[in-house]
Ligand binder design. Structure first.
Ligand code: ADP
Ligand code: MG
Length: 586
């Protein structure tokens, strides 16, 4: 008697179903994709009992005739793949012919379809993979799939279902992602009779539809903080919406990534997005609807049963294009916002604030943050007006304004510097330089500083104690929820309150389940330390002001503080002349 047995078909089909169909939302995702692959312009979805009762998807796509209807339920039955090689150059969502087969194995299924030119529509009914009825149906354009009593024959799987609320959230997200990625099709979702989503196709094209859908999906306040990004390198395009650096949130719930319109969860894309923010994140998270378009041969969606994960053939290129696009666009938006108003406008605004002119092409300078030259975004904001690089002129110090701004005369006009922003930039880079060299200069504190933390924060701090020591912070435990700072980097000076806040932030960042890259952690710690550490006193002597500018000159991005705010701007001779309505600089 051989010990090895071939599993009966019924068991095989359930095993296969388990891989593709994890929960009601996976059924829904597959059915929506089939509708889109069939060229539907409208997809209507009806859900009952969080998807366990019924998942019904109706589309107006090309439909199936009687023969195809029967074939569609078989394993590896697909109309989307001719030669096997095609699997690497597919433009459709489906290609494995497993979805309907898998859904059929674990539900009571009814498929109704009509293909133009056929005598009539047709309907198949069955359960657990067995067809029980074949009937003619009215000739209604498209296809309707109804999957009822999901997992009725796999009780173990049914037990894995989460609460109705959780399953509903997954179902809604599946429709939201399909609607974001396919703005040319209309979507409507009802759950237990109530309309939850309704996205018609608006006139105005892809961006208009993407905008209105993003507004509905993210909610007004998150949507209001989004900036449009768009960029392109050879063989690859990136576009979508991402949070402005001043509108980040505490969770990453609002992140949607797509590769060739497939929703994916890709650590690479997420890290590339985060890198695009440079030092502006400080432990918070952007919202995004970020689309990557590649030639179908440049990635593999086949490595995951639910096609949720993707493998890129050139990961570096993808990473760089995404991070550069986000970085450049955020930067250009930040700097393009400020422009010289026409003379006479807003008389109540102090002149030095009103006359902000765009800093010169800071992007060129900060391109060094990335290993490769920056990508040129396809539809970037209007190019910044050319302005002199402040570093190429001698400066003479004129004085200080409002204890905050340093005013210099230079060959190119008047240079206005935000003293704190400039100091932060200098500190930030000095500290990172020491850190990277492995030689952070440390100063023991005469009186150690104490900070109250939550227990979990304390745990995180203790876990990272050795790393924090290399960062220049010597921290001891004082009690179950109190930390003691015994030494700190000499570059910084903390008040007790600032230290407590710093440590709170830090434990949040370090406690992230996702392990951030080492250099990311370094810049986060540097950003926060600079922000929290007390700067030199407000008043500066002329030598100190000039010294600061010398230090600033040597930084990698002298135009921005670590959080991305500008450090300085020029008021050129021309700008000044224009305010006096002269034709040229006097
Ligand atoms: P795949 O999408 O990988 O081809 P599926 O099991 O999801 O596999 O579907 C099998 C086949 O059934 C598809 O290739 C397609 O020909 C047909 N089909 C499924 N859903 C629809 C639909 N909504 N409209 C038209 N044809 C469909
Ligand atoms: Mg499919």
């Amino acid at each position: 008697m051989p010990e090895i047995k071939v599993l009966p078909e019924e068991v095989v089909s359930k095993i296969a179903a388990g891989e593709v169909i994890e929960r009601p939302a996976s059924v829904l995702k597959e059915l929506i994709e089939n509708s889109l692959d069939a060229g539907a312009s409208k997809v209507e979805i009806e859900i009952k009992k969080a998807g366990r009762g019924l998942i019904r998807v109706h589309d107006d796509g090309r439909g199936m005739d009687r023969e195809d209807l029967r074939l569609a339920l078989g394993r590896h039955a697909t109309s989307k793949l001719g030669v096997f090689d095609d699997i690497y150059s597919l433009a459709t969502f489906g290609f494995r012919g497993e979805a309907l087969y898998s859904v059929f194995a674990v539900s009571r299924l009814r498929l109704t379809s009509f293909r133009a030119g056929a005598d009539s529509g047709y309907c198949l009914e069955g359960e657990g993979g067995r067809v029980t009825a074949e009937l003619p149906a009215p000739p209604v354009k498209g296809t309707t799939v109804e999957a009822a009593d999901l997992f009725f024959n796999t009780p173990a799987r049914a037990k894995f279902m989460k609460s109705d609320a959780a399953e509903r959230a997954h179902l809604i997200r599946a429709v939201e992602e399909a609607a974001l990625a396919n703005s040319g099709a209309a979507f409507r979702l009802t759950i237990d009779g109530a309309e939850i989503l309704n996205f018609p196709v608006l006139p105005g094209g892809r961006w208009e539809n993407l905008k209105s859908r993003a507004a509905a999906i993210f909610g007004k306040s998150v949507y209001g903080g989004l900036a449009r990004v768009e960029g392109r390198t050879e063989g690859m395009a990136v576009y979508g919406f991402v949070s402005r650096p001043d509108a980040l949130s505490t969770t990453r719930a609002n992140q949607h990534y797509f590769v060739n319109r497939r929703p994916v969860s890709s650590a690479l894309l997420r890290q590339a997005l985060y890198r695009g923010y440079g030092h502006m994140l400080t432990g918070r998270h952007p919202a995004c609807a970020l689309f990557v378009e590649l030639s179908p041969g440049a990635f593999d969606a086949n490595i995951h049963p639910q096609k949720r994960d993707v493998k890129f053939s050139s990961e570096n290129e993808v990473f760089k294009t995404v991070s550069n696009t986000v970085y450049e666009e955020l930067l250009s938006k930040q700097t393009a916002e400020v422009s010289l108003p026409s003379p006479g406008a807003a008389p109540d605004v102090p002149a030095y604030r009103e006359a902000l002119s765009s800093p010169p092409s800071a992007a060129a300078e900060t391109g060094s943050l990335f290993a490769a030259p920056a990508a040129s975004p396809e539809a970037a904001a209007a190019p910044l007006p050319p302005a002199a690089d402040w570093r190429s002129h001698d400066l003479s110090y004129l004085g200080q304004l409002a204890k905050s701004y340093l005013i210099f005369e230079s060959g190119a006009g008047l240079l206005v510097v935000d003293q704190h922003a400039a100091q932060e930039r200098v500190l930030f880079e000095k500290y990172l330089e020491e850190f990277d060299r492995g030689g952070v200069r440390v100063q023991p504190l005469l009186v150690p500083l104490e900070a109250e933390l939550s227990r979990s924060q304390m745990e995180t701090v203790l876990k990272w104690r050795d790393w924090l020591k290399t960062a220049g912070f010597e921290i001891d435990q004082r009690g179950p929820a109190a930390a003691l700072l015994r030494a700190a980097p000499s570059l910084f000076y903390f008040t007790p309150a600032a230290f407590a806040e710093f440590l709170g932030y830090l434990s949040e960042v370090l406690g992230e389940p996702e392990k951030a890259a080492e250099d990311m952690k370094r810049s986060v710690i540097a950003t926060m330390a600079c922000k929290k550490s007390v700067k030199a006193r407000d008043f500066v002597r002329p030598q100190e002001a000039l010294r600061l500018m010398e230090d600033l000159k040597r930084t990698r991005d002298s135009y921005h503080c670590p959080h991305g705010r500008p450090t300085l701007f020029y008021l050129s001779g021309g700008d000044i002349a224009r305010r006096f309505q002269r034709s040229s600089a006097a």
